[in-house]
Ligand binder design. Structure first.
Ligand code: GDD
Length: 353
């Protein structure tokens, strides 16, 4: 008889893939959902895909209710009442904030309408298995709002600055409405920036660490400068493994509620750049050029409207015993070293401890 069941939308993405790994490690039988694309995007699921007994990757698209229903049908064949509710995680989104200014309609289709489709299918689930639903909300929903103490809290006003954040905030409110109206078990977790070596290459952390990885592999010779936008923005960064632990903790509560996942610290993009550079300098035995020669500001990476400052206070998680296990410095180091390896520069690394 199979064990507890979980369904992960957005399983091929950064947090989705770590969630799949965590659930498998915990003995779950996991279904991942992957939107069919012409390029193979399953590299983050290498470990999970090797677990043929307990991991299945299904084709499906959250913007298409019929496809969600077909996924539910597959799941229902493996459902046993004694294993409790099916845990459903929604990480599917068009997650690039800058892109949402150019493609607002498709962003809202995936991020908001996609989630609404899932809520509706859970509400009228024809296969009748009970569900616990997690939605990955975003700290972008706060926009420019910060408490006078310098933190964003659960109850800080949310005033989005991008189409992406509008979609996330509307979905966040729908969760509350479905919880209150139909008694559904739904947790909306407001995730501050979440990073790891599995981060997509267009997000600023990975863009920077990948560039330094390539610089090392190229023996410190600059091919073309790193192009960056706003270096003054501040972000609250947590390692994806810590984020996943936090979400699992909240999903294990008897009654699901909304919460924040944040490190409680903030750094500017300039500080991130400096930390990544220093990590690379300290890690290798070749000489690297001075930092100011490595990058230039490219106005093309500025956004029409920016969220300037994020620093979250994850009150509920602290109360339930969570705190991040990986510091900002350790996170940057892990990403830089991983990118030096990926770029083929491992022979230049001094030591790995
Ligand atoms: N992407 C990018 N590229 N961002 C840059 C660059 C650049 O070249 N230069 C400066 N930045 C600044 C952005 O303007 C922003 O202030 C900050 O770096 C972080 O940008 P991203 O890494 O793209 O992440 P984000 O903060 O916009 O959004 C991420 O975090 C949200 C949660 O707070 C994404 O993961 C969202 O999906 C997530 O909801």
């Amino acid at each position: 008889m199979p064990s507890k069941l979980a369904l992960v939308f957005g399983a091929t993405g950064q947090i989705g893939s770590y969630m799949v790994d965590s659930l498998l490690d915990d003995g779950f039988f996991v279904f991942g959902v992957n939107r069919r694309t012409s390029v193979n995007n399953t590299w983050r699921l290498k470990k999970a895909l090797a677990n043929k007994a307990r991991f299945t990757l299904l084709n499906g698209d959250i913007t298409d209710s019929g496809s969600i229903l077909r996924v539910f049908k597959e799941l229902s064949d493996c459902y046993y009442e004694e294993n409790g509710p099916v845990q459903i995680y929604n990480f599917a989104a068009s997650s690039h904030v800058a892109v949402s200014f150019n493609e607002p309609t498709s962003n809202i289709d995936v991020t908001l309408k996609g989630h609404l489709n899932l809520l509706e299918v859970c509400r009228d689930n024809p296969y009748n298995f009970p569900t616990l639903l997690f939605f990955a909300n975003s700290s972008e929903t706060f926009g420019s709002q910060v408490d006078s103490s310098g933190f964003q809290y659960d109850n800080t006003l949310r005033q989005p600055n991008s189409p992406y954040a509008v979609a996330k905030l509307a979905a966040h409110h729908l969760n509350r409405i479905y919880r209150d109206s139909y008694g559904m078990q739904i947790a909306s977790g407001t995730l501050f920036n979440t990073e790891s070596p599995r981060r997509g290459e267009t997000f600023v952390t990975r863009k920077i660490t990948k560039w330094f990885g390539e610089l090392v592999a190229n023996r410190g010779l600059i091919k073309s400068k790193l192009q960056l936008g706003n270096l003054d923005a501040c972000r609250d960064w947590t390692h994806a493994c810590d984020t996943v632990k936090a979400i699992r903790l909240m999903m294990a509560r008897p009654k699901l509620e909304d919460f924040l996942v944040a490190s409680g610290q903030t750094h500017s993009i300039a500080q991130l750049l400096e930390a990544a550079y220093q990590t690379a300098v300290d890690a290798v035995h070749i000489e690297l050029p001075p930092l100011q020669d490595c990058y230039e500001i490219n106005n093309g990476f500025l956004r029409p409207n920016e969220v300037k400052y994020l620093k979250g206070w994850p009150e509920k998680l602290y109360r339930y015993g969570w705190k991040p296990s990986i510091t900002f410095k350790q996170l940057v180091r892990e990403m830089v070293i991983s990118d030096i390896f990926l770029a083929g520069g491992k022979d230049y690394i001094k030591c790995l401890n």
